[in-house]
Each structure stands twice: as C-alpha cells, then as structure tokens.
Design a protein around this ligand. Structure first.
Ligand code: PLP
Length: 427
C-alpha cells in the first residue's frame, strides 16, 4: 500500500502556469477612479511583479535563484492519500491531498513570498514591506527575505499582534522587523492612533501602513494573494501535482480547496483547468469554499470593488461583500478577506468553479475528525474544505460511482491550537 507520493528534487517543474491566455474571456482590467492608484503601484511593487501581472504568456520560466530556495524550504511537497478518511466517508471516494503544510513555514504562502522578494532584489530595493493578519503571510515573507538577505518590515494587525504571539515570534526569529498596525512607526499609523489610541487595526489599515512605508522610504511592497502575479508564482504547487497525479495514474474528478483571497486554490486548480479550457471541454468539477462568517463565496456580488480599506489600490472586478465589511473575530484568519481573486471570480461567474461557505463550527468539527483519523492537524482555514469531501462522498454513494478528489491542503494548524481550543472547548 502506498499513502505518500513524492517527487524527487530534480523533478521540480521549471515553469509557472499563467491562466490569463486560457480564460474563457479576457479578465476585466483594474480601474483607477482616484487617478492615483496606478502610479502608486508602479512605484511600490517590484517591477517584475507588475510585468507578470499583465503577462499573456502561458508559461513563465521560474528563475534559478527561486528554484534553489523552493528546494531549500521543502519543495516539491508530497501528495498524500487520505485512506482512513475515505473509509470514514463510506469508501466511494479516493482522496489525494497536495500537502502545502509540508513547507518550512507550514503553508503555501512561501511559494510566492520567495519570488516576490527575489524580484524586489532585482530592483535594488532597500527593503520589502507587507501586512499580515494572523501572521502566515508575514512569516513567509520573513523567511523569504532572510533567504535573500533582504530587510523586511511586517505590519501586523494590532489585535493579532498582541493576541497571537507565536507567528510574531517566528517572524522575529527570521530576522524581520515587526510592528503592530496601526503603529506609531509610520506617519499613517500615528494619525490613526492620535484620533483613536485603542484602534484594533485591520488588514486594510495594515496594507496602507505597509505601502506608504515602502513608498516613502525606498522599499518595495509585496502582495500575498488575490492578484494574478501572486497566483502565478503559487502555481508551482499545481504544476507539481499534475506530474504527481500522472505518475500515480489518477485523473481527479474533483479539485477542491478553500478561499481567502483565492491563491492556494487557484494555484492547485489552474494547471489542471488550463488543459480543459484549451480543449474546450470541462469534465472535472471545481469546488472552492470559504467561511460563512465572511460569506463572499455564496453572498458576494460580482462587481468592481477596492482590494483594501484605504482605497490605495485600484478597483478590481471580483465577488465581494464590500471593502468596508467588518468580519467577526473568525479564527480562520486567512479566510477573512472580503473578496475573491479576479481570475477565480470570472471562473465562478461562468459557472466553471462552484462555491460553498461553511461555518467555523462545521469546519472545526471536521478538523477534529480529520486529526484523529488521519493524524495530521489541518490549519483552521484548510479545515473549511473538509465538508466538501462529505458532500462529494455522499453523492458518489448515491450514484454508486467511485470518484477521485484532489484537495489543496493549504497548511497545518500546529500554531493555531489555541483557536481550536477556544472553539472546541478544550480545558
Ligand atoms: C492564507 C491562507 C489561506 C487563504 O489564502 P488564499 O490566498 O485563499 O490561499 C488558506 N489556508 C492557509 C493555511 C492560509 O495560511
């Protein structure tokens, strides 16, 4: 019996996959109603990121410097067969999980942090800056920066900074400088704190903190989801998975995952979906889920909206519940974002990708079942994909037909045990 499928390091793919040329229709372009956003982006982003954002080239070569770091931090990641979960669900589905939890920072986020930082070095940036909520993205940027000897500033949402110290410690362990946001370290943060010294912060505020700090001080700002270039870099996971599934001799009927901004799901699904889009025939089912507490997947509206509360960035056409939506204190911090990546939104709008939202209670119940029977603790975010498996298994049973599912296992939950304890009532 084989439960784990590895690629050797010399089998790592050398191209990222760009879905833009294969989309059923052109992606709606960003809009700049304030007339300032495009200029800000041009100055704030690594120039290669901006070029890749609009590239129509289907495959983009991964620089050797990036491949070298991918190999260092745990790539290629394994695919694991969740045999015990299959049995638990009645035996009608085969479950293959792409384990992005097996990278050094414990999630898929390092896959794009490495190239973003690399491209900042090509611009001779003095430093990179970024925002982080619960800290997954911040820790990935901190490690990527350490690997390129680049200075990094991370602005962490103030409430998380004080409530969730472990990813903060991780960021410091990697040598990055971390500030609570809003902070008196930036002009923008100072202004907010003068008016409201107890401001808890938000991702939107932290984005503005990070961008303005980069703009004013010769740094580059890094975007950790949603945009085309970030998804492009993360397709290393899907590119690997395609080779792995071929070697296993399985063609998934379903590809599923969770959506914060949409990057880990898109990164796994797009290389598979691209083949189908080009052939003109879509056989597989693509299902992505979010959090019912931030229900953009099922209640979002497909329209132009701001990616950030500060309205610094240009408007994008996407499924959104509004840039000013204030999410409840959901523990799956990575699912708090108010909108879905433009490319994934277009595919949802065309009916090619289906969507679900699950409550935290439901997701965490499955996280516990999964931990007990499979032995590996999923991230709170990742656990929101597990109810989809139940749905697929029940349908397969009804139809009496075996189905194969590929899951984006976006991260592990070993730094989120406090969240599980709170919700599941551990004493
Ligand atoms: C950040 C995060 C997500 C959500 O972000 P996407 O951009 O949608 O991938 C999902 N899972 C984990 C473990 C995360 O850290």
């Amino acid at each position: 019996m084989i439960l784990r499928y590895d690629l050797s390091q010399d089998e790592i793919p050398t191209n990222w996959y760009n879905i833009l040329p294969d989309l059923p229709e052109p992606l709606p372009q960003p809009q700049d109603p304030t007339g300032k956003s495009f200029g800000v982006l041009k100055q704030a982003l690594p120039s290669k990121d901006l070029e890749n954002e609009f590239s129509t080239q289907r495959y983009i070569k991964i620089p050797d410097e990036v491949i070298e770091r991918y190999l260092q931090v745990g790539r290629p990641t394994p695919i694991i067969r969740a045999k015990k979960l299959e049995e638990y669900l009645g035996g009608y589905i085969k479950i293959y999980m792409k384990m992005e939890s097996h990278t050094y920072t414990g999630s898929h986020k390092i896959n794009s942090a490495i190239p973003h930082v690399y491209y900042a070095t090509l611009d001779n940036a003095k430093f990179v800056s970024t925002e982080t909520g619960a800290g997954q993205w911040g820790s990935a940027v901190a490690l990527a920066s350490a690997l390129f000897k680049m200075k990094a500033y991370v602005f962490m949402v103030r409430t998380s900074y004080f409530a969730k110290p472990y990813r903060k410690y991780m960021i410091e362990m990697y040598g990055a400088e971390i500030h609570p946001s809003p902070s008196d370290f930036t002009e923008y943060g100072k202004k907010i704190l003068e008016k409201d010294p107890n401001n808890p912060g938000s991702l939107g505020i932290a984005i503005t903190d990070a961008i303005t700090y980069a703009l004013n001080n010769g740094g580059k700002y890094l975007v950790g989801s949603v945009v085309n270039s970030d998804i492009l870099y993360k397709t290393i996971a899907g590119q690997e998975a395609k080779i792995q599934m071929e070697k296993i001799g399985e063609d998934p009927d379903y590809i599923i995952g969770v959506v914060g901004g949409g990057s880990n799901y898109a990164a796994l699904a797009y290389p598979f979906l691209g083949d189908e889009l080009r052939s003109g025939k879509i056989r597989r089912k693509y299902i992505a889920s979010g959090s019912l507490e931030v229900p953009k997947m099922t209640k979002g509206v497909y329209r132009y909206d701001y990616p950030d509360t500060g309205k610094v960035l240009p408007m994008l056409k996407m499924y959104t519940i509004g840039y000013d939506f204030i999410p409840p204190a959901v523990y799956a911090g990575g699912l708090r974002y108010h909108a879905v990546a433009p490319s994934l939104s277009l595919l949802m709008n065309k009916g090619i990708v289906e969507s679900r939202d699950y409550s935290q209670e439901e997701a965490f119940k499955w996280a516990r079942i999964f931990s007990e029977i499979e032995g590996w603790i999923p991230a709170p975010e990742t656990s929101h994909a597990l109810p989809i498996l139940k749905e697929i298994a029940d349908n397969a049973k009804k139809e009496g037909e075996e189905k194969t599912v590929l899951v984006s296992f976006s991260g592990h939950g070993l730094l989120d045990l406090g969240n599980y304890a709170d919700v599941l009532g551990f004493k």
